[in-house]
Design a protein. Structure first.
Length: 438
């Protein structure tokens, strides 16, 4: 009996020493816990995504979506503000420990596109765009962004006592652009004070041609600045049989289009950064035998370097005005305010690098992707505070990217399986940044 007691005492002593030498790390426990909770909440996130997709709404008209989000946040005990930048929702979750204020952003709006994807939860919604009735579809994946952030809110609310700092869940309207004559989007949210007191912000975008489970990002400029433009050309109307008796704005428009293409190819240092100048619409004339008085054109400018953007603007104005003048016409160029460059703060990007690898696995992480000439109004948040914007995959595993429909098209599709990686990454970024910024 004495021998048995001695053995038991020795075992207890060894167990105690083992626990002493390898104490449970509460930080590691929290990191693992949020990953497990993300998996637990995934079925709900899929259900939420289907509802948001089926009930797609246009920019500044996300009324049902905003209520759906706000009701969910309140059910978690999160403080909610509604009506920000028209239909935006911001939820505030205070952690149990002092720390930074971290913003997480999801955009909510759909697009005027008619869905062709055969889904039980396909959108049948209708809306109004530029005064015309249009079908509405989540043709860019914002439905998944909303559902992912709803899931992140549920995960973090579960562990709020262990979180350092405060989390702001920013559900943003009108990323695709406010309706004509209205303000909206991230710019208006910033003007209404959403980033006040916030230290950093994280945002993601799902991609239909990147495999689910993968993550792609880069430091500094990841998406282009965008500016739309309008050109009005004034000529002198005359009969089509006698062009010498008037001034032809259609010929002038053709010359402006051709001459403008030399700006990017001959005036910009393309080894430094990319730039794009695209004409999207030309309108003028009423019949075959009349040279019209006026032609109007619209298009878009994409740049990834602020200095190159200024050069492009200057040269474009010179080309438009001087080409018109050489024909005896008058042309007016208007470059409209757009979105700045989506710029990933280098220090913040480097800080979160290990998080991407730990959560997604090194084989699934690409940290040096080429910049994208698409644009994102997340850039307005990044003008105020350091931000990190990244892409996650939404393409079914094994599919050829060439067979996946691109964004903003009727056949656009992202798989439910892509959302788990987003929930895990956003949740861990809050936990990891809170610890690293102590």
């Amino acid at each position: 009996m004495k021998r048995l007691v001695s053995i038991l005492c020795l075992l207890l002593l060894l167990t105690g020493l083992s626990a002493f030498n390898n104490p449970t790390d509460p930080k590691a426990k929290l990191k693992d816990q949020v990953l497990e909770l993300a998996k637990t909440v995934e079925p709900k996130v899929i259900e939420w995504r289907h509802w948001v997709h089926e009930n797609a709404e246009l920019s500044n008209r996300e009324f049902k979506t905003a209520k759906y989000v706000a009701d969910h946040l309140r059910s978690l005990g999160i403080e909610v503000e509604e009506g920000i930048a028209h239909t935006g929702v911001v939820g505030t979750l205070k952690g149990g420990k002092p720390g930074p204020v971290i913003g997480l952003r999801a955009d909510m709006d759909g697009l005027p596109v008619k869905e062709r994807v055969d889904l039980p939860w396909a959108s049948k919604q209708m809306g109004e765009y530029d005064g015309n009735p249009v079908p509405v579809m989540h043709a860019c994946g914002h439905d998944t962004h909303v559902a992912i952030l709803m899931g992140v809110a549920e995960v973090l609310a579960e562990v709020k006592d262990d979180i350092r700092g405060t989390v702001k869940f920013v559900f943003q309207p009108a990323e695709e652009g406010a309706p004509t004559g209205e303000e909206g989007g991230a710019k208006l949210m910033v003007e209404e004070g959403v980033t006040d007191g916030m230290d950093v912000m994280f945002g993601l975008h799902i991609n239909s041609q990147t495999e689910a489970g993968q993550v792609r990002y880069r430091k500094e400029g990841i998406m282009a600045a965008v500016n739309s433009f309008d050109i009005k050309i004034e000529g002198v109307q005359t009969h089509g049989s006698a062009p010498w008796s008037g001034v032809d704005p259609i010929v002038t428009a053709a010359q402006i289009i051709n001459n403008a293409q030399t700006i990017v190819s001959r005036n910009l240092q393309l080894t430094k950064a990319a730039a794009v100048l695209t004409f999207g619409k030309i309108e003028g004339g009423v019949r075959s035998n009349i040279i019209p008085e006026e032609v109007n054109m619209v298009g878009t400018i994409r740049t990834l370097d602020a200095g190159m953007r200024e050069t492009l603007f200057k040269r474009f104005k010179e080309v438009v005005e001087n080409t018109a003048a050489s024909n005896g016409a008058k042309a007016t160029l208007t470059i409209n305010e757009g979105y700045p460059i989506t710029y990933n703060d280098p220090e913040l990007t480097a800080m979160m690098g290990p998080t991407f690898i730990e959560v997604s696995g090194a084989a699934n992480v690409q940290s040096d992707i080429d910049a994208v000439t698409g644009a994102e109004d997340f850039s307005f948040f990044q003008e105020k505070i350091p931000g990190l914007y990244f892409f996650i995959g939404g393409m079914p595993k094994g599919q050829n990217p060439a067979d996946a429909a691109p964004h903003h098209t009727p056949d656009f599709y992202v798989d439910d399986s892509g959302m788990l990686n987003g929930i895990r990454l956003m949740s861990r970024m809050v936990v990891d940044y809170g610890e690293l910024s102590k």
